[in-house]
Design a protein around this ligand. Sequence first.
Ligand SMILES: Nc1ncnc2c1ncn2[C@@H]1O[C@H](COP(=O)(O)OP(=O)(O)OP(=O)(O)O)[C@@H](O)[C@H]1O
Ligand SMILES: [Mg+2]
Length: 164
Amino acid sequence: MCTDESTGQSWTLPDEMATAALGESVALALDGGLVLYLYGPLGAGKTSFARALLTALGVGERIKSPTYTLLESYRTAADTPAWHLDLYRIGDPGELEWLGLDALEDPAAVILVEWAERGLGALPAADLALHLDYAGEGRQALLQAHSARGRHLLGRLQGAALQA
Ligand SMILES: Nc1ncnc2c1ncn2[C@@H]1O[C@H](COP(=O)(O)OP(=O)(O)OP(=O)(O)O)[C@@H](O)[C@H]1O
Ligand SMILES: [Mg+2]
C-alpha cells in the first residue's frame, strides 16, 4: 500500500443534512477537476453526497440517481463537465466499454463514481476516495487522497467545519 493512502480525514454524519454539508464542503474546496470514487453499502449516502456536491457546483438541474442509466452528465456553473456514475449493475469492468468512458479522461472534469470498485481499470484514476458506512442512525465518512490533486483538496478541507 502506498503511503498516500494513509492520508485521510473522517467525519461523523448524524443525518442526511450532514452528508450534504460534506458534499458542499468538497465542492467549495475544489479548484479544478476531480475524480472521486464513492464506496459504501447500499443506502450509505453516496447519491446524497454526490447530489449536494454537484448542486453546490451550480448544476442547475435535478441530480437523478444514475442507478439505471449508469451515468449522467452535467455542466457546472463554471461550464466544467461533470459526470455522475453508478456502477452497481456492472458485473465486470469490460461491460463499461460501450459507455464510451474516453470522455472521462478530461482532467478538467468533475467525476463522481458510486460503486467504483466495479469499474476499476476502466475508470480514470481516483484523486479521492470517500468511504461511507452506517453508524447507528447516521453515517461515518472517511475521505482519503490518492493523488497530488486529491491531497491538495484534502488539505483545504482538513479541519474545516462542514458547511451548514
Ligand atoms: N448521514 C446520514 N444519516 C442518516 N441517513 C442518511 C445520511 N446520509 C444519507 N442518508 C439517507 O440514506 C438514504 C440512502 O441514501 P443514498 O441514496 O444517497 O445512498 P446510496 O449510497 O447512494 O445508495 P445506493 O448504493 O443504493 O446507490 C437516503 O434516504 C438518505 O436520505
Ligand atoms: Mg446511490
